[in-house]
Design a protein around this ligand. Structure first.
Ligand SMILES: *[C@@H]1O[C@H](CO)[C@@H](O)[C@H](O)[C@H]1NC(C)=O
Ligand SMILES: *[C@@H]1O[C@H](CO)[C@@H](O)[C@H](O)[C@H]1NC(C)=O
Length: 476
């Protein structure tokens, strides 16, 4: 494929864009072959055993390697037991037609006046990030790429430019002022934690917060403005249990796809803005239940003569619809709900344990270089559809105006440079280079370095909150 010359967008910005400006085209493009999912679980309960050979159930779309990787790049503080990353390879023939375009679901009247934040391009900003690994005490070591010895640094400097407007740099004072007296909660898995910690690092630069956390919820309080930032772990956002159910035994995680995670429902009245996200755990083992019937299972399906009715990709879409409807109908939550879309990973040329790698990526991809990632595409599509179904639900009524899709998947498909890669631990003996056999070192190409591209998510959150609270669309 011939590359068209990069679309230079120098003239658009006040700042100088160095040699290559990466323009983002309309195509949804993704990376070849693999999705490697490295997530951790707070309980670590469902991860071992029960690895029924799903390869033989044609209807389930993923292969799985059950080998445990001792080099699990995910020493998360959320987990007491590290879980093996799971390999997922998508076989596209078993799913619906792939989307050619991203789905747009914002339906407000004001939509014409609001600039679309999610299509644009990355540009190099020599000003650099708003914090460093030395100025943020709340930085998980796994995301501390500089502290872990990553030699290049320019990945910290790329900023996102929506086509029709500017996305302002994160303004911590403005954020705290807008949120005065309110609570923002991040709910989801370890990628949600990544975003929450980015938010904390950004805010920490103007005020040291007070730790008000407990075992159930991480919480930080900003005295000057009475703002609380909270984080709740919920891997799937729907009701989860381990007890035996129908033909599924004890110990295998079961998900009621039509019931929200009740812990979220209980906590909601305390929140004013909620950022929800999920997805990667749908590659892990679990059993799917709809209307009290087992309809499918990921890496668990005992009766190989029968097809599962619901694949893990479909289960994901259903779970998104369930949680959003439940949040919208909650009698005592009137807040703003933001669904952050699927965060793309970048294991190129394989998966986490089959030579997949993001080693040595120092700049964002240019559009012509993008390769589809089928799993990212279908997961994104199901998520967007689930969101749309919830917004269009009659009973949600005008509450749907308080539901926003933060559509980051396409933009972040270009940021293969933003992951820790092999720089996921401070271990001085860690392997960071390819071996003589060409094998790349073990690495994390799912989470995001901090500072790094993930900070952009919080610039978007601030802009979405600003629009909601101040009304009005694009900035002057
Ligand atoms: C931050 O990164 C620098 C390298 O850029 C490193 O020397 C320093 O030790 C790191 N600090 C922390 C707290 O990780
Ligand atoms: C829609 O909003 C209006 C006020 O803005 C309120 O009076 C009305 O009850 C709402 N309708 C529904 C179905 O929630």
């Amino acid at each position: 494929m011939t590359l068209s010359p990069p679309r230079l967008s120098r003239s658009v910005y006040p700042r100088k864009v160095p040699s290559i400006a990466f323009a983002i085209g309309g195509l949804t493009s993704f990376i070849i072959f693999a999705s490697l999912l490295l997530l951790s679980h707070p309980l670590g309960s469902s991860l071992t055993g029960y690895l029924y050979g799903t390869e033989t159930t044609q209807h389930l779309e993923f292969h799985h390697s059950s080998s445990r990787d001792t080099s699990d790049p995910n020493p998360s503080p959320d987990s007491t037991i590290n879980s093996p990353p799971l390999l997922t390879q998508h076989r596209e023939e078993s799913t619906e037609a792939l989307p050619t375009n991203h789905v747009f679901v914002e339906k407000e009247d004001s939509v014409e006046t609001e600039c679309d934040l999610f299509h644009g391009n990355w540009f190099y900003d020599p000003k650099g990030p708003l914090y460093t690994n030395n100025s943020c005490p709340l930085l998980t070591q796994m995301q501390n790429c500089q502290g872990n010895g990553r030699p290049d640094k320019s990945y910290e400097n790329w900023r996102w430019k929506p086509s029709q407007c500017d996305l302002p740099r994160f303004d911590a004072k403005k954020f705290l002022e807008l949120m005065r007296g309110k609570t923002l909660a991040f709910i989801g898995d370890s990628v949600a934690r990544n975003q929450m910690e980015s938010m904390m690092c950004l805010l920490w630069q103007v005020e040291t917060p007070v730790n008000r956390g407990n075992r159930k919820m991480q919480r930080w309080y900003f005295r000057s403005s009475s703002v609380m930032i909270a984080r709740m772990w919920s891997s799937w956002l729907v009701h989860q249990f381990n007890e035996p159910f129908s033909f599924a035994p004890q110990g295998v995680t079961k998900l009621k796809l039509d019931q929200p995670d009740e812990r979220i429902m209980e906590a909601l009245p305390k929140f004013d803005v909620v950022v929800l996200s999920s997805g990667h755990w749908f590659a892990k083992q679990s059993v799917y239940i709809l209307n009290d019937e087992i309809v499918g299972g990921q890496l668990w399906w005992p009766d190989k003569t029968k097809h599962a009715k619901v694949s893990n990709v479909e289960a994901f879409g259903i779970s998104v619809e369930t949680i959003l409807k439940a949040v919208a109908k909650h009698p005592s939550y009137k807040g703003l709900t933001i669904l952050r879309t699927w965060s793309p990973d970048h294991y190129e040329g394989g998966a986490w344990n089959t030579g997949g790698s993001c080693t040595g990526k120092e700049e964002p991809l240019s559009p012509g270089k993008l390769v589809k990632n089928g799993f990212t595409e279908v997961m994104y599509e199901q998520q967007a559809k689930g969101f749309q179904r919830a917004v269009e639900d009659d009973k949600v009524g005008n509450r749907s105006k308080k539901m926003k899709l933060m559509d980051i998947t396409e933009a972040f498909g270009y940021r293969h440079d933003g992951h820790p890669g092999p720089y996921r631990s401070p271990d001085p003996k860690k392997i960071t280079k390819r071996g003589p056999d060409g094998q790349p070192p073990p690495q994390d190409c799912l989470h995001w370095c901090m500072p790094g591209p993930v900070d952009t998510w919080n610039e978007m959150v601030l802009e979405i909150i600003r629009r909601d609270m101040e009304g009005g669309g694009s900035r002057p």
